[in-house]
Write a protein of this length. Sequence first.
Length: 276
Amino acid sequence: MININNMSDKDVIKEQYKNTDNLRRRKSLHEKYSVNKIGFQRWMFEQYPFRAKIRILELGSGRGELWEYYWEDQVLQSYEMDITISDFSEGMVDHLRQYHAGRKISVEKIDILDIPFEKDTFDLVIANSMLYHVRDIDRALSEVKRILKKDGSFYCSTLGMNGMTQYLYHALDDLGIPCGHGSDLSFTLQNGMQLLRKQFDRVERRDYEDALRIDRVEDYVEYIYSMASMRGLDRKNYDRLLEYFNARKSDGYLYVPKEYGMFVAENGRGGISGER
Ligand SMILES: C[S@@+](CC[C@H](N)C(=O)[O-])C[C@H]1O[C@@H](n2cnc3c(N)ncnc32)[C@H](O)[C@@H]1O
């Protein structure tokens, strides 16, 4: 049985993110086949309330590509913001150090469950597509709240339960391949608001409209095999999956729904969001 609970099993997650290979494979599927050409990363980047001299921490940075938009933007660089990017995986941290070598950006190895900074340190904390990997979500969010300044903002993106994941589970059901249905995902667009409200006074959800339009179904099946939650999926199912998805093409394309978005969480009065 494929176990969706793997999504927050620390050993499985560390193995999956020991280097950048799986992440790169998944990113390229989105880049190649997404209907919304803005791109989720750029959309997110455009939401952040950047301003001069603020202190920023990104958790679970992965390949660190979000910051490419920063290096392309001379105005943003003139803000002289103090930026730290991080990940709990040694392999990702090595990659981040090489990728951003020689640039004015700090790279640290940090587990969101135990953030090595004093309270009230950051104006902006970012955590993209990583909270659903964390089992003790309340502790993670209380760590974020602790290191955020009173008027700081937390921007975290995640997936929803009506997107790619549910589409895939439905397909596995049809094929008689046993799997859980993701109801145990620790942090989604559906439960995120409630979880964040335990720690933050104001929480807002922002959605990114998108879908995949795929002509080469092999790319999608390889993507499925690169997912942490699909670790138990036997390679012998490869051809069955290909046949299943090819049969669902319409006018030469397979359409896969996506549901991604972010939450903006703040405390106290004011907050810095919207001041960009
Ligand atoms: C799906 S990737 C997202 C990477 C990047 N934020 C992005 O949006 O492309 C999840 C990342 O979170 C990291 N991660 C998972 N659990 C973590 C934890 N407890 N603390 C810090 N990073 C973690 C993984 O190593 C991986 O790099």
